[in-house]
Design a binder for this molecule. Structure first.
Ligand code: SF4
Length: 133
């Protein structure tokens, strides 16, 4: 995630740097560094930020279909996928080890590359992750 997206999402959440630091479990200095682009935003911070934003969007008109139905996963893949195991058909993007293309991704970056082009993820985040990076 780029610094401008991080800043945009903080604005969407209506949080000060101090409040967001508390929510993410990092220092205010770290938030400042992420927003200025001085420090790379760690994966766990990006994931937590997206999680918080997704919960604020839950009341919007977002369909509740599960990812395995949307992606029409074959039964064998579905039953071996962590999204199914942990009953997270709308939070699959949050969980490592999902098997959207038949096998688990080797990294968060690799997973996000697929998620950013996936309908399940984009129900929440299209505006936040497309465009300026
Ligand atoms: S590609 Fe990502 S958002 Fe799409 S079903 Fe898989 S984990 Fe979920």
């Amino acid at each position: 995630m780029k610094s401008n997206k991080f800043k945009d999402i903080r604005a969407r959440l209506s949080k000060t740097q101090k409040e967001l630091a508390q929510l993410l479990g990092v220092s205010i200095k770290a938030i400042h560094s992420y927003e200025q682009g001085w420090r790379r935003i760690p994966h766990h911070v990006e994931r937590q930020l997206l999680f918080l934003l997704s919960r604020t969007l839950m009341d919007d008109d977002i369909p509740s279909d599960k990812c395995w139905d949307i992606r029409k996963c074959p039964d064998k893949i579905q039953k071996s996928c962590p999204a199914w195991e942990f009953k997270s058909g709308d939070l699959c993007w949050f969980i490592n080890g999902t098997k959207c293309s038949g096998k688990a991704y080797s990294s968060w970056e690799e997973k996000m590359e697929e998620c950013k082009n996936c309908e399940v993820f984009n129900r929440f985040f299209e505006k936040e992750t497309k465009g300026n990076g």
